[in-house]
Design a protein around this ligand. Sequence first.
Ligand SMILES: *Cc1c(COP(=O)(O)O)cnc(C)c1O
Length: 768
Amino acid sequence: MDELFNIRWNSKRPDVPRSAVKKPIKTLHYLTIEFLPGRTLKNTLFNLGWHDIFAQALKQKGIDINKIFDVEADAGLGNGGMGRLAACFMDSLATLNYPATAHCIKYDYGLFQQRIIDGQQAEFLDEWQNTGGAWLTARPDEAVTVRFHGNVGSYKGPDGNLKFNYEGCQEVEAFPFDMMLSGYDSHIVSNLKLWSAKSKSSAKRVNYGEYSNRVNEAKEIEDISSVLYPSIEQASGRTLRFKQQYFLVSASMQNVINVHLHKGRDINDLSSFVAIHINDTHPTMCVPELMRILMDEHSFSWDDAWNTITKCVSYTNHTVMAEALEVWDADLVMRVVPRIYQIISEIDRRFREYLTKLKKEPKIIEHMAIISNNSVRMANLAIHASHKINGVSKVHSQILKERLFKHFAEIYPDRFINVTNGITHRRWLAECNPRLTEFITKLIGGDLCKDAQAMEELCRFLDDTNSIKKINEIKLENKKDFAEWLKIHQGITINPESRFDVLVKRIHEYKRQLLNVLRIIYLYNELKNNPKADILPQTFIFAGKAASNYIMAKRIIKLINQVAAEIEKDKVISKIIKVVFVENYSVTIAEKLMPATEVSQQISLAGQEASGTGNMKAVMNGALMMCTYDGANAEIAHLRCNDGTFTFGLSPFEVERTWRDGYNPIDIYNSNKDIVGVIDALNNGFNGESFKDIASYLLNTCTNKDNYMCLADFEEFIEAHKKMDALYRKPLEWGKVVMRNISKMGYFSADRAILDYVKNVWHLTKLK
Ligand SMILES: *Cc1c(COP(=O)(O)O)cnc(C)c1O
């Protein structure tokens, strides 16, 4: 243990001398309904440069450090990519010394824990705070009150301005917990502020009947920070989700203002000190909430408040799917946050007036309006209030500008920009894949963690056979590690000598796990017809959670598992292909899978995946992608000079045209005997269960149809795999392409994305 005590625990950093700070320090406030940090202990030790010392010291005591890491819960305060992006960004901000706070909700329960029971998804409560709570510091000094419901009255104040008072409100205490997020070899940390809802217990004496009412009300209030995305099937659920959103923005905006004033800064200078970022539409109400605070509490005029806010606020759009562009019933907004509704109405009135002045047609005005048809459109509000709006990959940003928000781009052309997503290559390469990292560092020198773009240097070794062989050896070692882990955790044996073909992400129709299953069924048919068919030994690995009310996604999980079971029953075929479903996909599981991935499936219907970040993780860890022209896939493919890319399927433009001209799966079915075989197999079923429902879903053209056109891309998908297989049979050539890809991946570090945001959107102050 000696090394442990040689560390200077209290290596105090000198404070920045006050006199040196002349310019305002501009800080980022990143508002996000999801945050997916994963585990923190290993990351923190790594960032401090202490990981190896601790590992050695524990080893001397006979303790495996990984066993300790495994005790920590994986904080799952998010669904997937968007929440993970927020976490990657906080890591990069701290590493690059930019001050930032992320605001999210301290959900009592994280995203459910998933088990597979009888081939089906089963959901269990995720009590992440039992161990994950260790990182939280309560901040009672920063608690604020959030008000819901009630009536708004107005009166003329002593200064002659209109003042507002609230009667009969439900008062909720927003109580924050801070979690410090370390950066790599950095002098600062990012802060994650997690807000929890508490009832404000009143000291007033009540009788028994009232008492139980109080208890019920307290429970109702605490439900606000209970779960992520409460179900919105019922009205009560919609109210709860909406309250959750207002709760987050009201608490965080009050906090921003309180901290600003507490530091002795002038409220009129707000925009010099704070950048506020709306991560997807959920926190859009920060705009009317800030209007309320500035006008009602600090006597700003409408114009001064609006000018201040629009200098602070920016917005990232994360999806083009219509159902994800939030719209709330105007009645709901009016009932739950009456004063906010007044403000939104006034924003809408002025915006319509502005559009009328621009001589926009009434139809277009209605389309762009914030309140229309008795509903409030969050994206329109976010765009109208933000000085910058960005998409998360080139293709996606182009779709926003030219299609989805075309009319807005006409009136606000300078606001629309692109910032392609990135991942922190520290967690997603250096920490999770030490073998590869050590090898790269040996070749190129320097500190990869500080400079991802230095990987470009790998190009110099592309003709060095020994290096390529080493890359392939590392992959094999990583596959063996994963196989061993899977054996221990799920009792499944897989062959590390087979190719690992991996599709891991949320289960969603647009991501097309189904298309991959169709391909596996096709290969199974080929092998049944001819057990000697020349098919590569492969292990098909799936992982991902289906939303608990998403019937089709759950059906797809069942299909994957029944196909897996059916193949397993065949002694001969199961030696060649095998399907596994890894339970409980999460950051921790992803960290184990990425280093072992050889083929990464990124096969969403083009135009649907805004960026994707799983694609970046896989390629950085030495996988080749099988992909459609979607999100960041296109940029990853472009960087590697179109050599060794396996892109297939319709482009976003062709997808649109196909819908316009009519998508006819029956024609495709009739012209392709492989598809006939696959559909027959679905009808006949797997492991004793028929999948007729999925067969007809694929062929339907009216209701209950496949909106993501699996069959349209099937043939090209199979052909692209044949090309990929041919390359795989030549390991040195495969390894060379892998190495060239890795060399180009520095661009997809979150550090680059953050520098883009800082330069083009946030203009933060770099701390010395
Ligand atoms: C990276 C990541 C995602 C996003 O994956 P995509 O393939 O981009 O959808 C989702 N969930 C977890 C746990 C991740 O680590």
